[in-house]
Design a protein around this ligand. Sequence first.
Ligand code: IDP
Length: 136
Amino acid sequence: MTERTLVLVKPDGVARNLIGECLARIERKGLKLVAVELRTVDRALAAQHYAEHDGKPFFESLLEFITSGPVLAAVAEGPRAIAAWRQLAGGTDPVEKAAPGSIRGDFGLETQANLVHGSDSPESSAREIKLWFPDL
Ligand code: IDP
C-alpha cells in the first residue's frame, strides 16, 4: 500500500550540508520525492508541528532549535513510506538508539539536534503534510 511521509532535514542537518546525503538515501531506498522545499519555520508552524510535545521540559528549546535556520521539508511516497523513512532516520537518540547505518546513527550525537524528522504514523503523516504542504 502506497503511503506518504513528511521528511524534514532539521537546521543542524542543513547547516552541516547533509541535505543531499539524506535525499540520496531516500531515493536509493526506492521512495519517491513528491515535494521538496527549503523553508524558514516560524514559531507558529513549529508549535503546531510539535504540538504533542507542548508542556514537556524540552518544548521551548525544541522550538528555538527548529526555528534557528532553514529546514528542508519534503514529502516521500512509496510502500510503507512512514516506517521506511523512520528506519533510514534511526532512533531519536543518535547514540543510544539509532543504529549505525541510519542517518542519526551515522551523523548525530545529540537528541535534540538529531538531523531529521519523520512522521510516526498514518495519522501524524496526514496532519503534518497538511500543515507543511497544504496544496499537495
Ligand atoms: P522522533 O523525532 O524520533 O519521532 P520524538 O519523541 O517525536 O522523536 O521527539 C521529537 C523531537 O524532539 C526529537 O526528534 C528531538 O529533536 C526532540 N527531543 C525528543 N526528546 C528529547 C529530549 O529528551 N531532549 C531534547 N530534545 C528531545
